[in-house]
Design a protein around this ligand. Structure first.
Ligand code: ZN
Length: 468
């Protein structure tokens, strides 16, 4: 069910498009070899032109653990009263994740990943940074090929057509100070030599996938010792470096107890944090920390839906932006997947914190436009993609909105984005082109039937096997 190649050297036409310098009307975008070969504005539609609606540059989903998609909706109960861990917010989530880790083999993980990637495309994402940490078999034994599961992630990207930034995760310890890994972490663990092999194999795999990028992901300061973290920039070889940081208060407290510094503070002091780095969550930061991140031009990877679902807290996004900070959005646990969901919740979390409206808007742009522009640019930076946006030379990663729906009546320019993000029902994304291929048509991925069937079988195997 690999997507068939489509002819190149053809044109799309849109009634409006969000170009790098702003809105344009009656826009024709020429495609060649999966990239944008030309952009004309104020032109009539030709008979052969595909497209329609309002075109936006595709969005990067800068943080995903795709296999967690299958756990969505199964983790909303509390642990039993009186049982160890009952007061732990993560209790039910973690117990279920371990069941998935016990039973999810390569076939199951590929099937679940493909559905998550497909839903990302339907939700307006054209590229995903997959923070990939399932390296070993359920027993904890290494696979014969250390990149067995990484290869499955790449296969899911090929099946669905999504752009892939593959981030193999280095994970070695159960807590700060180099604590030995726990049994539940047996699928994640590699040593540094094994990890270097894995990164090399990921580069081989990516070479067969159009536009794929490989970076590295030291999991967190809990799971990676300082001496190990120090090896990551050379392994990244110029590619992106992503790390989870300061997601929860307990992590901040544990880091203070270990080092005397807060997690982001520690990273700024001890790691060469720069524009290649993406700090996922960064929820609990002081002013000195968010100013430091802005100064270093690092991207903060915000995952508002997951952070709300897990009860993490709220990042000081408005302050960070006022200091020139860069951010992108990720779907992380994939409990719900959509560009509009993430951006809407990001803005609403700021409104609830500051008790005012239009927090993320600026003097030039509406809230939706400011959110979209910045998340699009920050996401591309975090994904290691040089040329992004609806411009000549960039990948033809294009999302079109069907603005014939009643939510868009009388709207134009920024109001189209605002109406999509804040006021439209699901399904406003009508077509998605990724590297020039139309992979979503009429709001539905072209391979949905096959991907869905395979996913259903995989989830039933995981949930029903062993009499559970
Ligand atoms: Zn994560």
């Amino acid at each position: 069910m690999t997507l068939q190649p489509q002819p190149v050297d053809r044109s799309l036409w849109f009634q409006a498009a969000l170009l790098p310098d702003g809105w344009a009307q009656s826009v024709r975008i020429g495609l060649a070899n999966g990239r944008i070969a030309g952009v004309e504005t104020g032109v009539e539609r030709d008979a052969g032109d595909e497209g329609g609606g309002v075109a936006l540059p595709g969005m990067t989903n800068l943080h995903s653990h795709a296999f967690q998609r299958a756990m969505a909706g199964l983790t909303e109960a509390r642990g039993p009263e009186g049982q160890a861990g009952a007061d732990d917010d993560f209790w039910s989530w973690r117990a279920l994740m371990y069941r998935f880790l016990d039973r999810g083999g390569p076939e199951e993980i590929e099937a679940i990943t493909a559905l998550a990637f497909l839903e990302m495309l339907e939700g307006g994402f054209t590229r995903v940074c997959e923070f990939h940490y399932l390296h070993n078999a359920p027993s904890g034994q290494a696979y014969d090929d250390i990149a067995e599961i990484a290869g499955r992630v790449a296969s899911a990207a090929r099946t669905t057509g999504i752009g892939l930034t593959l981030l193999p995760v280095f994970y070695a310890h159960a807590g700060f100070g180099g604590q030995p890994p726990a049994h539940g972490q047996r699928r994640f663990i590699t040593d540094l030599d094994g990890f270097a092999d894995l990164v090399g194999r990921c580069r081989d795999i990516a070479a067969g996938l159009d536009g794929a990028v490989v970076g590295v992901a030291p999991h967190s300061l809990r799971a990676v010792a300082p001496s190990e973290l120090a090896t990551m920039p050379s392994l990244a070889d110029g590619g992106p470096i992503h790390i989870h940081v300061a997601e929860q208060v307990r992590e901040v407290d544990d880091c203070l107890a270990w080092s005397g510094a807060r997690p982001v503070e520690w990273l700024l002091d001890h790691a060469p944090v720069d524009a290649r780095w993406c700090l996922i969550h960064s929820t609990h930061v002081t002013e000195a920390e968010w100013r430091g991140l802005a100064d270093r031009k690092a991207v903060v990877g915000l995952c508002p839906v997951t952070e709300a679902n897990l009860g993490d807290g709220v990042f000081p996004a408005a302050d960070f932006l006022s200091a020139g900070g860069r951010f992108g959005i990720g779907t992380d646990s994939n409990v719900q997947i959509g560009v509009a969901d993430e951006l809407r919740l990001l803005e609403y979390s700021q409104r609830l914190t500051h008790r005012r409206r239009a927090v993320m808007a600026d003097a030039r742009r509406s809230t939706g436009r400011a959110l979209y522009d910045q998340a699009q640019a920050g996401g591309a930076q975090a994904a290691g993609v040089d040329a992004a946006g609806l411009a000549v030379g960039a990948f033809a990663d294009i999302v079109s909105l069907d603005v014939s729906g009643v939510a868009f009546a009388g709207r134009s320019r920024d109001a189209v984005l605002d109406s999509w993000l804040f006021a439209a029902p699901r399904g406003a994304v009508s077509s998605v082109w990724r590297a020039g291929r139309e992979v979503v048509k009429g709001g539905r991925h072209v391979a949905r039937d096959q991907v869905e069937a395979r996913y259903r079988q995989a989830v039933l195997r995981i949930l029903n096997e062993g009499g559970a």
